[in-house]
Ligand binder design. Structure first.
Ligand code: FE
Ligand code: ZN
Length: 234
């Protein structure tokens, strides 16, 4: 299995998850860069794995299906209803596995950013959409602060070497807030000092060391930090 990041829109990442000539695409914001990347890699898109229903993660579904009409479309049932996409063919819940072609991923339900947000775990990689970013997390739009805190703790339990493929390149500004939230955290300073963009993937270990949201000691501290970040003018 190999993973190819595909920059989309201004700061989004789609990803091709490739086995041989088969690819699943995670969160295609727009079709053209994904179709170009698939052609460059010599792969056929057999599945679209959606982490949540927001337009900047599903906007490319229709265009990809026009070129690959048989591709499966995977989402959590709650977000499948809200996603403005032609057809979700597989609905997946927490703890289930999803197999498309030669690829099998385990689903982690991460309510908070949206109620049906999910992550896909495959081998040593996790695709987290807008739940977990490098040194940050998504805004809590549909769920509660408690839900989002629990969702990040579920991801924190993955092996530390797990590679984290996230939905947006927000790492530089996230690290500014991380330094504000934890001024004495040396790992945050080191990470900011050596940051290279594009910064995908991160690892769970790096997030455990530097992510102020994953590091929050409880839901109350998580909520305080999330609200602080929403209002932060770094
Ligand atoms: Fe989103
Ligand atoms: Zn997004």
């Amino acid at each position: 299995m190999r993973i190819v990041p595909v920059p989309c829109l201004k700061d989004n990442y789609a990803y091709l998850v490739i086995d041989g000539t088969y690819a699943a695409v995670v969160d295609p914001s727009e079709p053209a860069p994904v179709l170009d990347a698939a052609a460059r890699e010599g792969v056929d898109i057999g599945a679209i794995w959606l982490t949540h229903h927001h337009w900047d993660h599903v906007g490319g579904v229709e265009g990809i299906l026009q070129m690959h009409p048989g591709a499966e479309v995977v989402a959590h049932p709650t977000d499948a209803e809200k996603a403005k996409v032609p057809k979700v063919t597989k609905k997946v819940e927490d703890g289930q596995t999803v197999t498309t072609g030669p690829l099998t991923a385990k689903i982690i339900h991460n309510p908070g950013h949206t109620l049906g947000a999910i992550s896909y775990v495959i081998e040593d990689a996790v695709f987290t959409g807008d739940t977990l970013f490098a040194a940050g997390c998504g805004r809590v739009f549909e769920g509660t602060m408690e839900m989002m805190h629990d969702s990040l703790q579920k991801l924190a339990a993955l092996p530390p070497e797990t590679r984290v493929f996230f939905g947006h390149e927000y790492t530089a500004s996230n690290l500014k807030f991380a330094a504000h939230a934890e001024p004495d955290n040396e790992a945050v300073k080191a990470r900011a000092g050596s940051l290279v963009t594009p910064s995908t993937p991160s690892t769970i270990g790096d997030e455990l060391a530097t992510n102020p949201f994953m590091r929050a000691k409880d839901a109350a501290q998580f909520a305080e930090r999330r609200t602080g970040k929403d209002n932060f003018k770094g």
